[in-house]
Design a protein around this ligand. Structure first.
Ligand SMILES: [Zn+2]
Length: 333
């Protein structure tokens, strides 16, 4: 592993001036309301990195800042650097952030509910009856309600107060905050479910370490995230929906996610490629930004858009090239 140490003054200006961004330590730069800090690769710990994509914008909420993704020169992992400080992340999730709201009616909501039910069945197939299940980043608790109906004893952790409150109103036990503050007993869960959360975490290693502590030996961890190595990224570049700047701090491939989990005491059992067409539909909308017809057509609520991209999504998933991956792994005994 190569660690390149340079003066802090080199941390940001080279983003524009040089192809390589190398740094060590932390430095904070104020840009409007978001404060940035430089960071290191969460997968291997290396500070050596090169600019991969720059001048990325917040396509969902039109924040004024631009964002940069770098590629680790040691392991190839893609991550945001510099990135918003942990304190600034709250500015990145405004009240109308979609995942913090409950499922609505319509085709997309029914499809999502079916997917969550399928995943609850998969959780049940891997664990004894009446197992204890924790969801990290449970939002409004849609999955937890489904898992509870399947016989699991469930608990959730959610950092957004409003989303946590909505989940709690359904009678769910929810801790508001981050996992390491929840103080769960060691070895208290049979399975931890974490869907499209790992890419948002400012402290991936710390969170995985805490999951390892609270899982029973041999317990299961389910992780779903985006796949940067999918053809979607090559097709759309900066318009790729899954980049989701600035909320995605780490963007994994199957290989980098496996390495991240291996390094935290988990044994990867299965890597699945999800056949959902969501990323294709959203990326088309971003690519055709400015065309009102595209905004109206490329929506998950449009059955025609779902139908149009489903064969492609199913084919890519069968070939192991989906933009969404799911990993089932176990805590070492
Ligand atoms: Zn690395």
């Amino acid at each position: 592993m190569r660690l390149t140490q340079k003066a802090d003054s080199d941390c940001l200006t080279p983003v524009k001036a040089d192809k390589s961004l190398r740094h060590g330590g932390k430095r904070r730069i104020k840009m409007d309301r978001i404060e940035f800090e430089t960071t290191i690769c969460s997968v291997c710990g290396s500070a050596a990195c090169a600019r991969w994509l720059s001048d990325l914008r917040d396509r969902a909420f039109s924040r004024p800042e631009t964002f940069t993704l770098v590629r680790c020169e040691n392991c190839g992992h893609i991550y945001q650097n510099p990135r918003p400080t942990e304190a600034s992340l709250r500015f990145c999730y405004p009240p109308d952030y979609g995942p913090h709201h409950a499922m609505r009616d319509g085709v997309a909501a029914r499809l999502r509910r079916w997917v969550l039910q399928r995943e609850a069945v998969a959780c049940a197939a891997r664990t004894p009856p009446q197992s204890h299940l924790l969801e990290v980043g449970c939002a409004t608790g849609d999955f937890l309600e489904i898992a509870r109906a399947r016989g699991f004893t469930v608990a959730g952790v959610e950092s957004d107060e409003q989303a946590a409150g909505r989940a709690r109103s359904s009678g769910l036990e929810i801790f508001t905050g981050v996992l390491k503050e929840a103080g769960f007993h060691a070895s208290s869960f049979d399975i931890v479910y974490m869907k499209h959360v790992i890419e948002h975490l400012p402290d991936v290693r710390g969170t995985l370490s805490e999951i390892h502590r609270i899982l029973k030996p041999g317990g299961w961890l389910f992780v779903a995230t985006c796949n940067i190595c999918a053809p979607l990224t090559r097709c759309f570049g900066k318009d790729t929906f899954d980049l989701e700047m600035p909320r995605h701090l780490n963007i994994y491939s199957a290989a980098s996610l496996k390495r991240q989990l291996d390094g935290s005491g988990f044994r990867v059992v299965t890597v699945c490629h999800d056949p959902v067409p969501n990323s294709w539909i959203h990326s088309c909308r971003l690519h055709l930004e400015g065309h009102s017809w595209a905004r109206a057509f490329f929506r998950l609520e449009n059955p025609l858009a779902l139908f149009m991209f489903s064969p492609l999504s199913v084919t890519l998933a069968a070939l192991g090239l989906s933009s969404r991956i799911q990993v089932w792994c176990r805590r070492h005994e």
